[in-house]
Design a protein around this ligand. Sequence first.
Ligand code: PEP
Ligand code: MN
Length: 349
Amino acid sequence: MMIVLMKPGASVAEIGAVLRCCRERGLKAVPSHGAGRTSVGVVSANRSTDLDDVADLPGVEQVSPVSAAFKLVGREFQPEPTVIPVGDALIGGDEFVVMAGPCAVESDEQINECAAAVAAAGGRILRGGAYKPRSSPYSFQGMGVPGLQILAEAGHSRGLPIVTEVMHPELVETVASYADILQIGARNVQNYALLEAVGRVRRPVLLKRGMMTTIEELLLAAEYILAGGNRQVMLCERGIRTFETATRNTLDIAAVPVIKSMSHLPVIIDPSHAAGYREFVPALAMAALAAGADGIVVEMHPVPEQAVSDGRQSLDFAQFNAMMDQLRPVAEVLGRPLAPTAPPKRATA
Ligand code: PEP
Ligand code: MN
């Protein structure tokens, strides 16, 4: 990839001429509008001679190759953080965004109780799986489309956008018609057909790191989505497999500053799948906040002991509220405030 760096104050017409010139040559050109100046990433160009004509256009300062393995996800292409608007939240902005809900959507009642608890405590986004990647083919596989419907209704009726997993390229359109954020699960982080499929839609993506994926591989997986045309990607660290057995996975907290040094994309921590046991989840959530993550995605359930999946790592509502109360003042001090809690509903009649 080559980067065409525009001069500070280059006009819209000059930037347009650069994009046109690249596209006329059959080269894919992606603009990035930074503070005070614009750069254009030319994805399929490898030598500066490919862009000799572009270098001579008005408003162009220089044309140079991107050396890093990561092109569109890298800081070299875009120094400023990516901020993704979802409902009232700006993911990657100042706010520490809390996404919460059950592992799986199980029933109308269950998901509505969760949605009410999330909204009341200052959570921003409702999570819940309608398609579940299970280790055993005999385990509950998720409710499918009816699950998507009740999840969307439970969230949207309370002003909560929803995040839910999509497992197959053929289901991307369907899931995207309900979901505000498409989740790619840990097991699918290198499913390139799926990455390409979510690259083609205009929906933010929560891309989870695999349990055996390096940070470089995660960034390259995200690169597929951005190269496909979808730049609204957030990266999720959810614990990796190590020799340690006391927790389900090992939270790689260093992934937060490391990814931030390499990429402009928001970073979300999933303390639930990292810990595997609910009593350890709040501490990992605090660590996420302290390390500079942009938010967390947490599992909770009205009766965790009865959850069809991941009950052991799911918080009950009292524990979820306690975690939010613990996070809130620290988030304030760090300049990463949580969303306000919803005013308590006044009883009518
Ligand atoms: C989930 O979010 O419930 C899930 C299956 O997560 P992961 O893909 O990280 O295992
Ligand atoms: Mn789960």
